[in-house]
Ligand binder design. Structure first.
Ligand code: GLC
Length: 682
């Protein structure tokens, strides 16, 4: 692709983030579109009244980001309410769609703000704390064109293994091998397909990275192997902080070799997370990063082939210094008659202990021999932790595609791994947030992603679980995960177990489509999930649809995300068929012309809208991805002319056949003389 449409401006002396892979030529002189103050720390753009602004990756609110102020700052914050400005990932890329169509990426690793019509409704203001950054302006004919050019700039997205498109079950925590086995057995005995079960922090010994508790997981290696025999991948968590403990080799090696972040006196910076006191590996130091990455080998040698990297903003509960100060401050109130302001201050003293500016600015990295304050490069920490793992996997196990995804991220990390959307809640509004984040993340290169299905914090209900599952089956990362102390939410726990089973099976029937569309999106720098506004540019109704998505080239979804609903209003942007799936085999079809419709969607149904002259490939579901049989592939189609569909090679090659010419298909529309063919992508 021609990168001439990209204008790169270098302001001051930027820190090298490695966000960009295929760089553009530097432009000097006047900034295009933006007005800038003298020192280039404030950029403003006058938006037209109806301009839309997309992007910002992992963030609250709608697909159109206009009307709020966002900070790109990796934040450990599980309360994703609409007033929040940052979540776990930092993705400073926005696409303006209006009188001008362009993208803007500020490559800068510290906190910056995008005020998108919040202070003044028609002004987009970007504030950067210092005049040292790179700015990219990406011009295009359409928002999608802009996104695709941006994606070429930042490089190809990570490809997750095929099995990671299977259903995955997690909980904080299945704390013993017996607990894990019981989850596997319960799913299998109840006839659910499943591919992975997660190991949260309790598999470790005292929360020490790369250890396994012998007491709770005796003979770990054979346990991993026996799970593998049942086609279950066990996926352990790795946390950023390394427990301070004499005799613990990871800590000892890190300390001896100066692999940890330092304080301003050159001592190891110590703060507390799950294990109590920890040191943070200095992932911006190349040698330290390589050292930590190779530690994953221990678990890979035990048969593990998937990981999730957590607490890597990095999350800090408290530092020793801050805790001492806070305790003194709290003690100073003892016996006093505390009024309103003192009471607020007292509360803030304790709440302000975690993830504080004062701690982040007391922590230092060694970047090629230079001491760099963490606060200046905060957004690169999780990115580099995860890159360290992914780089190491290529050395440890070059022939295997090991699953990796992270909580914190920055643009550029999308080349090494996926992300999950962090600690959401079992709230109805978070189903919608899950949907809205998918396209925004795709714009920033993150294709392998998903939310904690059914919600991490708080307690779910059966209805919420069913509605979330009906969206969850389309998330590339389809993982049911929940927090300590919340109500059990494994699907076999619910009364309507057979409905849950049929919907999970439907996911497996859809995997060839979902994985193919995922691979194509990676290869073509495309979005797997698109807002309707991107696809139907001339349709004024499609421009503001915030709760429906196009997935890949053939389908649209419109999930229900409200309680007690019998269905919902759907905007149908072209002639489509709505396929109401009650199971992979049991479905009914309605035809719609363009327009607004109320569509009844009971909780036991998933409705998939198939576009005109497109068809949806489906296989017979299997108990796991490894047993999907491609000779069962068929199509549900909405065609009146020949239709060609391409399927990615990993799916197509799975049963050794390169092309299957005889297919089962059920075609709606004028089916006479129609050919449905599919081809394996070369
Ligand atoms: C963090 C993670 C969550 C995990 C928990 C315990 O909150 O985001 O997914 O379950 O830590 O490890």
């Amino acid at each position: 692709m021609n990168l001439n449409a990209i204008k790169k401006y270098v302001i001051g002396n930027p820190f090298e983030t490695h966000a960009v892979e295929n760089d553009a030529d530097i432009i000097t002189g006047e900034l295009k579109y933006f007005l800038s103050n003298d020192d280039h720390t404030v950029l403003t753009y006058n938006m037209g009244e109806h301009d839309k602004v997309y992007g910002m990756g992992e963030a609250v609110r709608g697909i159109n980001k206009r009307g709020w102020i966002y900070e790109t700052y990796c934040s450990d914050d599980p309360m994703h309410t609409e007033t929040k400005r940052s979540l776990y990932g930092a993705h400073p890329f926005a696409v303006i769609d209006g009188k001008d169509v362009f993208g803007v990426f500020i490559d800068y690793p510290d906190r910056l703000t995008f005020d998108i019509g919040y202070t003044q409704s028609n002004i987009l203001t970007i504030k950067i704390p210092e005049a040292n950054y790179k700015l990219y302006i990406i011009e295009g004919k359409t928002p999608l064109d802009v996104v695709k050019k941006f994606r070429v700039l930042i490089g190809k997205s990570y490809i997750a293994p095929f099995w990671s498109f299977g259903f995955q079950q997690s909980r904080w925590s299945y704390a013993t091998s017996a607990a894990v086995q019981s989850v596997i057995d319960s799913y299998k005995n109840n006839g659910f397909p499943i591919d992975a079960v997660y190991l949260d922090i309790d598999y470790m010994e005292d929360f020490k990275d790369f250890t396994v508790s012998e007491e709770r997981f005796p003979e770990f290696e054979s346990f991993v192997a026996s799970a593998k025999n049942e086609n279950i991948h066990l996926v352990p968590i790795i946390d950023a902080g390394v427990k301070v403990e004499n005799g613990y080799d990871v800590y000892e090696e890190g300390r001896a070799n100066n692999y940890f972040c330092k304080d301003k006196n050159g001592e190891d910076f110590i703060a507390a997370v799950w294990p109590g006191k920890v040191c943070f590996p200095d992932f911006l130091n190349k040698v330290a990063s390589e050292w930590f990455g190779l530690k994953y080998k221990r678990l890979i040698d035990a048969g593990i082939d998937g990981f999730w990297n957590d607490m890597n903003e990095p999350a800090i509960f408290y530092s020793e210094k801050a805790l001492d100060k806070a305790i003194d401050k709290v003690a100073s109130y003892k016996g006093k008659n505390i009024g309103v302001y003192d009471f607020f201050a007292l509360k803030d003293t304790v709440l302000g202990l975690s993830n504080s500016y004062s701690d982040y600015s007391s922590m230092y990295h060694n970047v090629n021999g230079d001491l760099v304050c963490h606060e200046k490069v905060h957004n690169l920490y999780g990115y580099n932790m995860t890159k360290s793992a992914s780089d190491a996997f290529k050395k440890i196990s070059p022939d295997k595609n090991i699953l990796i995804f992270s909580r914190a991220s920055y643009i550029g990390m999308h080349r090494s791994s996926g992300i999950w959307m962090g600690d959401n809640q079992s709230w109805w509004s978070h189903i919608k947030l899950n949907l809205q984040m998918l396209p925004s993340l795709n714009m920033c290169g993150f294709l392998y992603t998903g939310a904690d299905m059914v919600g991490f914090g708080d307690n779910c209900t059966e209805e919420l679980a069913l509605r979330w599952l009906a969206l969850g089956i389309f998330n590339p990362l389809m993982r049911n995960h929940s927090a300590l102390g919340t109500r059990d939410q494994e699907f076999y726990r619910f009364e309507k177990i057979s409905v849950f089973r049929e919907l999970v099976k439907l996911r497996y029937a859809l995997i060839p489509y979902l994985y193919s569309e995922y691979i194509k999106s990676v290869e073509n720098d495309d979005m797997m999930f698109k807002p309707l506004a991107f696809e139907y540019r001339d349709d004024k109704y499609a421009q503001s649809v915030e709760d429906q998505l196009m997935i890949g080239e053939c389908i649209m979804i419109a999930p229900v995300y409200e309680p007690n609903a019998i269905g919902r209003y759907v905007y149908i942007p072209e002639d489509m068929i709505a396929v109401h799936f009650r199971s992979e085999n049991d479905y009914s079809v309605e035809k719609y012309n363009r327009g607004h419709f109320f569509i009844e969607i009971p909780t036991n149904e998933v409705v998939i809208f198939i576009r005109k002259n497109k068809a949806l490939p489906l296989v017979k579901s299997a108990d796991c991805t490894a047993n999907i049989d491609y000779s069962t592939l068929g199509f549900v189609g909405n065609v009146d002319k020949d239709f060609q569909y391409t399927i990615c090679k990993e799916c197509g090659a799975a049963n050794g056949e390169s092309r299957i010419s005889k297919i089962n298909c059920r075609v709606f529309g004028k089916s006479e003389g129609i050919n449905l063919n599919y081809e394996v992508m070369k």
